[in-house]
Write a protein that binds this ligand. Sequence first.
Ligand SMILES: Cc1ncc(COP(=O)(O)O)c(C=O)c1O
Length: 286
Amino acid sequence: MTLGALAATGQGHHRGGVGVALPNVSRAPYAGYFGPDADTAKMLEQMLTDPSSGMDAPAAILVETVQGEGGLNVASAQWLRRVAALARKHGALLIVDDIQAGCGRTGPFFSFEDTGVIPDIVTLAKSLSGFGLPLAVTLMKPELDAWKPGEHNGTFRGNGHAFVTAAAALEKFWRDPEFENSLRERGRYLDRRLNDIADKHEEDELTVKGRGMIRGIDVGDGDLASEIVAAAFERGRVIETSGGNGEVVKVLAPLNIGESDFRRGLDILAEAVAEVLGSQTAVAAE
Ligand SMILES: Cc1ncc(COP(=O)(O)O)c(C=O)c1O
């Protein structure tokens, strides 16, 4: 690796496998990649410290706190703190890709707030514009901001409407501390409902993944997950999958979803899982 970035975001594992070449990027195993007993932060430290490891000093370490497309894998606060310390020690910037896990998805506005980690750069998008207009921003420490206002311009830069809707969404939801409390409450409800589904199908060894309002169920098989998604669609619910093989049925409900819609949406998910896994059991029993 030449002076580049070191990524642990799972974006490279997007299903379909078609991607744009990203030269000068080394990928490192995420928290828990080799199971709970293998310390991937330590592996990274070893690779960065050992001149013969094949990994050059990175300009930046780029990480998601919860891998969105990578299968809703959650990095512990301790793992993130250790990666942040490694970045500091090796003179690399710490970039948190909070495009999917940020803007309240995990509870607080930034997904890393409860960890004590302070990244040098944070990327945000998705829920940011709030009302359906796409917007992405890159936040950086002032000392890293080399551009003067208006210097980084081009035809497709910042959409005026999206700036207005994003500002309105931030004002409306984030000025009121009650919103963050409501997110944590919704997250707890979601956790209960997903664990209920997993418990009900104990023999299928489902794993509940993610945290806060970025959650899902790992059903262990991409085809099965697709069938569940299709069964939910038949009942009027749109959901997606994630994970290296699309094996995780994702639940990314709107952060401000009303109680009855949320309950109904999760009822539909439970019905879809029961329909698909029920028929699986029937096939296996034949
Ligand atoms: C965490 C994360 N980073 C980056 C991206 C890429 O965003 P874009 O499609 O705007 O390039 C995505 C899209 O799903 C994402 O989830």
